[in-house]
Design a binder for this molecule. Sequence first.
Ligand SMILES: NC(=O)c1ccc[n+]([C@@H]2O[C@H](COP(=O)([O-])OP(=O)(O)OC[C@H]3O[C@@H](n4cnc5c(N)ncnc54)[C@H](O)[C@@H]3O)[C@@H](O)[C@H]2O)c1
Ligand SMILES: O=c1ccn([C@@H]2O[C@H](COP(=O)(O)OP(=O)(O)O[C@H]3O[C@H](CO)[C@@H](O)[C@H](O)[C@H]3O)[C@@H](O)[C@H]2O)c(=O)[nH]1
Length: 329
Amino acid sequence: MARFLVTGGAGYVGSHTVLALLDRGDEVVVLDDLSKGHRAAVPAGATLVQGRCDDPRAVEAAFARGPFEAVLHFAALSLVGDSMRDPMRYIGENVAGVTAVAGAAAKAGCRKFVLSSTAALFGFPDRIPIDEEQRLEPASAYGESKLLCERALAWAEKVHGMRFAALRYFNAAGADPDGRAGEDHDPETHLIPLAIGAALGLRPPLTVFGDDYDTPDGTCIRDYVHVTDLAEAHLRALPVLEERSVRYNLGNGTGYSVKQVLDTVARVGGRPVPHGYGPRRAGDPAALVASSRRLREETGWMPRFPALEDIVRTAWAWHAAHPRGYAGR
Ligand SMILES: NC(=O)c1ccc[n+]([C@@H]2O[C@H](COP(=O)([O-])OP(=O)(O)OC[C@H]3O[C@@H](n4cnc5c(N)ncnc54)[C@H](O)[C@@H]3O)[C@@H](O)[C@H]2O)c1
Ligand SMILES: O=c1ccn([C@@H]2O[C@H](COP(=O)(O)OP(=O)(O)O[C@H]3O[C@H](CO)[C@@H](O)[C@H](O)[C@H]3O)[C@@H](O)[C@H]2O)c(=O)[nH]1
């Protein structure tokens, strides 16, 4: 049993990872300012310190609950479109969060750090699937902020001997298979919850952003990876940090188009997804699919829910059971 600090543990991916840690018997302290997350998403067995990652007093209060085996850093601003309206805020806050938390970790003698990084590091990629050797050229301030976070951690390693794992998630999706947690962003911008919301009559009809891409059906292709599999990848990456720092691209390795996602939601839910077509969303690449070969080979990670249908089924179950998300829980 070990104790972990999870920043952003009241958010979507963070809360599922807290569950994975608690399920295996670990102790968890969550540092989250609840700006986007939900108190009710912090599992009962975890301790919540409410505060910002770039506030030294809040970070100190969190580390006072240590010592920690490792820090898992999920807290960040994470909307691509938003980052293009307010790029300095995204870069400033995301980098400040990492530097404050990693600096405090080094001071406290905690030398393992796992960063939520992103496929947005690759911008418009040259080749699919995207492996770790591909050019890093973010096409958004959000992607740039995460690249700078990775680079900051490389300095923490050089100077303080801090090992880090940068996990570049592709599209996180789905919900805890036991129904204990799910996806509830406000505003919600992600395809699967919007499609399910439209099918359930909880949200307006979905707009497909462009059907003139150079893909088989004209809509964008993404690699949807189950949030519980993402959580498991964090646990798998930890032992590698005994030896060295790593960067892993993290997805299923299969791409699905927006139309295929809508068909799957309709099939799983047994009702159509009301939708129409609109212009392309600025900054959307035609296709993003991960090669997670390195992660699989070096850690033994294997997704339990690689099929889109299973991913959508768990998401559907959560949204149907919690039509208002975490509100009122
Ligand atoms: N969801 C995805 O598909 C996806 C894909 C790639 C990368 N990521 C990255 O994974 C991480 C988690 O994403 P998510 O979808 O769970 O987001 P989320 O918004 O649900 O969770 C982020 C959490 O961090 C908290 N937070 C934000 N800024 C904070 C700050 N300064 N101090 C303290 N707490 C703060 C929020 O309140 C929220 O609970 C983010 O770093 C995101 O960039 C997500
Ligand atoms: O109303 C909508 C919402 C989305 N889409 C499309 O659906 C796909 C998926 O979009 P979305 O769910 O918003 O995810 P991404 O824009 O691919 O971004 C996610 O995945 C990135 C990595 O791939 C991360 O960096 C981001 O944080 C995360 O939000 C894209 O082609 C969108 O154009 C629509 O057509 N209509």
